[in-house]
Design a protein around this ligand. Structure first.
Ligand code: ATP
Length: 282
């Protein structure tokens, strides 16, 4: 694997600082990376605490493998891997952290235009991912990071797979299933495609425009499934623009073929009647 990652980082070139958050396998730290060229860069370092458990290690390395070779400004970049004795994953730092936490904290200070800009950027990252024939499988507001007020990035490829991965169509090997973000074919048939990522994208939009509410509230996963199977969907959040809610509804078409693609979603959010993205970015 070391050969696969572009950069194998000597442990002594990393200085771990504050804890940024807790991941599934270990803490995530802010760190200083002293590069070969001799300058210092702030990075995020994911650790794997319990290395004896091979399953965790495999999962951790799977995430690394999926991220290798991805290069897009709307996707959190993998910088390298380091070991000795702990296995460390070095990623680009997104200084504002999780978008979900940020939205909850700054509710009164986030406009619909901010949300639309992030929605557009998430769609751009996902369009790139789909082009690379990769499926995310865990697209949710908690897995979007903010590099700045003007830059959202897709992250957390822990559940992601290459499309040709064989366990892709088989049922999950246990673990958490983010059911409320899953398309019908995912919870029924364990089928994951870019079209099921589009469904999750719709749920992510709903979380954003409801300013961080939990989809389907306290409802149990099975009850949320029943609701969707009956043809019901999440309701329009207060103050969510009609056209954004219509986009969500299109993402939640029961049949994959009826949902928009990420290409179309990028266009939707670039449409000048919908949003003047260029005005916002510059
Ligand atoms: P889970 O699957 O339970 O979400 P995980 O093991 O995949 O956990 P992450 O969600 O990627 O871990 O990371 C946990 C937290 O650490 C995030 O919510 C975020 O606050 C922080 N974090 C992770 N990566 C970065 C990063 N590149 N820049 C800044 N903060 C980060």
């Amino acid at each position: 694997l070391e050969k696969n990652v572009e950069e194998f980082i000597p442990r002594e070139n990393l200085i771990l600082r504050d804890v940024l958050g807790e991941g599934e396998f270990g803490s995530v730290y802010k760190a200083i990376y002293q590069t070969k060229e001799g300058y210092e860069e702030e990075v995020a370092v994911k650790t794997l605490h319990d290395q004896n458990r091979t399953k965790n290690k495999d999962q951790f390395l799977k995430e690394v493998k999926v991220m290798v070779g991805l290069n897009h400004h709307c996707i959190v970049r993998l910088i390298g891997l380091s070991s000795g004795p702990e296995l460390l994953m070095v990623q680009e730092l997104a200084p504002l952290g999780s978008m979900l936490v940020y939205i909850l904290k700054h509710q009164n200070n986030i406009s619909v235009s901010d949300l639309k800009l992030w929605a557009w950027q998430i769609a751009c990252g996902m369009q790139y991912l789909a082009k690379q024939k990769r499926v995310h499988r865990d697209l949710a507001a908690r897995n979007i990071l903010l590099a700045s007020r003007n830059q959202a990035k897709v992250s957390d490829f822990g559940l992601s797979r290459r499309c040709d991965d064989r366990d892709y169509y088989t049922a999950s090997q246990g673990g958490r299933w983010p059911i409320k973000w899953y398309a019908p074919e995912s919870y029924n048939l364990a089928r994951f495609t870019s079209a099921s990522d589009v469904w999750s994208y719709g749920v992510t939009l709903w979380e954003m425009f409801s300013y961080g509410q939990q989809p389907y509230g306290e409802m149990r996963g099975q009850d949320a499934i029943d609701l969707v199977e009956k043809g019901e969907r999440l309701e329009r959040p207060d103050n969510c623009p009609i056209e954004v809610y219509q986009t969500m509804e299109r993402c939640w078409h029961y049949h994959e073929r009826d949902r928009p693609t990420f290409d179309q979603l990028v266009e939707t959010f670039t449409d000048t009647t919908y949003i003047n993205v260029h005005e916002l970015v510059t």
